[in-house]
Design a binder for this molecule. Structure first.
Ligand code: S3P
Length: 175
């Protein structure tokens, strides 16, 4: 069984996935990194050249391939839940954790994330906080529909988030 991390940009998926992979002794897959490697371009360049639709096609291919594997910790892009087939893959091949936070927290983390600076194409023409509010409220029902577990991360450090996830991860998957 794979352990999938979903949630909006800034929810901590990449950092928490690294902690979980180490603590569970599992391989880590970051779908955005895999997409960029396959395309030979950054995510921002893929959006620029092929548009969001082109990116979503590549994302669906990579997710279908990842879901053929097992026992991975998988960090997904924030919009991976938009595609019906992706959501069915998560349900069929793993256990899915939704990392959630208030829009103000997400916007603050996005604005101060040095590692991802320049890597995140804008999703709307609105200022960051308005974009986060609008897109998270659109996506919330999809995150809710696919998540087996939900963690509110506003005041939690990555280690505490990992503790929470490991405590709830179905036992046969940890063994
Ligand atoms: C996206 C989130 C990004 C990346 C792409 C689209 C989105 O991943 O997949 O820029 O639609 O929310 P992160 O959530 O890891 O930043």
């Amino acid at each position: 069984m794979n352990l999938f991390l979903i949630g909006f940009r800034g929810s901590g998926k990449t950092t928490v996935a690294r902690v979980l992979a180490k603590r569970l002794g599992r391989d880590l897959v970051d779908t955005d990194a895999w997409i960029a490697e396959r395309a030979g371009k950054s995510i921002a360049e893929i959006f620029e050249v092929e548009g969001e639709a082109g990116f979503r096609l590549l994302e669906a291919q990579v997710i279908a391939a990842v879901c053929l594997e097992s026992d991975r910790v998988v960090s997904l892009g924030g919009g991976a839940i938009l595609n019906d087939a992706n959501r069915s893959h998560f349900k069929a091949s793993g256990w899915t954790v939704w990392l959630d936070a208030r829009p103000e927290t997400l916007a603050h983390r996005i604005a101060t994330d040095i590692e991802a600076q320049g890597q995140r194409p804008a999703l709307t023409d609105h200022p960051l906080i308005d974009e986060v509010r609008a897109v998270t409220s659109e996506r919330r029902p999809l995150y809710e529909a696919v998540a087996d577990h939900h963690v509110l991360t506003d005041s939690l450090e990555p280690d505490a988030i990992a503790d929470n996830i490991i405590a709830h991860f179905p036992r046969e998957s940890v063994a």
